[in-house]
Design a protein around this ligand. Sequence first.
Ligand code: PLP
Length: 384
Amino acid sequence: MPDYIPFNRIFKDEDEKKAISEVLSGDNWHGDGPVGRRVEAYFCEWLNSRHAFLTTSCTHALEMAMMILEIGEGDEVIMPGFTFVSTANAVSMRGGKPIFADIRDDDLTIDTEDIARKITPATRAVIPVHYAGVSADFDEIRRVIDNRAVSIIEDAAQAVGAFWNGQALGTVGDIGCFSFHDTKNITCGEGGALLTQNDDFAEKAEWIREKGTNRTAFLRGEVDKYTWVSLGSSYVPSELLSAVLEVQLRKKDIILEKRKAMWNVYFESLRDIEQNGWITLPVTPPYAQTNYHIFHFIVRDQSDRDPLISAFRNAGIGASFHYIPLHNAPYARKFLDKPIILPKTEYLADSLIRLPLHPGLADRKEEIATRVHDVLTGYYKESG
Ligand SMILES: *Cc1c(COP(=O)(O)O)cnc(C)c1O
């Protein structure tokens, strides 16, 4: 029996431990300290962003984004139905209404024609999700928004170090939100960041993140005491986590290289399976420079998907499906006036398989791709 290839594994060595111990031996463990500031400056420089704020998660960065826009009762925010719950929770939490749009059947990002159908005078924002680290189509999103006062908030949770026409994801829209959860390319366990190019938004982000106070301006010596200036909460990560993130960022090139190597070998080795009409391989539009966050493919339908995932697992390959669409979820049914149908979302969610993808696989990429290939050919030979 070959060994089990886990779906994900953190890329780490002793450096993360060293960085944490250094912070532990000092007297500044709370957030917005020297390490956090260095990491924020690093993001600004690397991704050419005017502002970057570390947060306790991408979920929290999305919540902050909705607070910055002052989303409230009666406001609508358009997002794909094929996303993680946090995209929608951030809106619902402020009393706004998530409006679920369909996705494209090639790269699984938001279907801009469906944005056009669903945009109303109540629409305040669109939240594209860069699925798998592949950019949504900003030209088309901007075209359908036209000249309306609708903000673009990027759910770039999966897209750290990916680009749209050479511009970093997270910096293309009005606000971008990153995740450093340990399932993501770069991680500190739980963490996130909010990026913006807008100085007014940055000022609000600074207050909201610090419990609604201007403490950050106080620390910079701009005011002689700090006070309650806005709605806010506690979204600043501890220096301990920022230290881990700083180490991970030093490894970002090697992480990318190893993910890319595995991704490319999967892609090349599965081409003949695609030519047989059994699967559809992932599509990366010309404007998208991916960070290889996910390797997925689409099978004919759920009656192939479920047995195939079992076959992979029996062969020691930790394959997985992905999101259960939000528009059909029990909580969404409570606020949707009537059930909605998102045909492509429903079909794709039922037909998608993700394969293990993490830097630890690069050294065995050929062997792993062969094992994957064998499972697929074995399955389709039997089922036709
Ligand atoms: C991971 C993820 C999130 C949540 O990130 P956290 O840092 O765990 O809060 C939100 N949206 C998408 C699309 C994600 O993949």
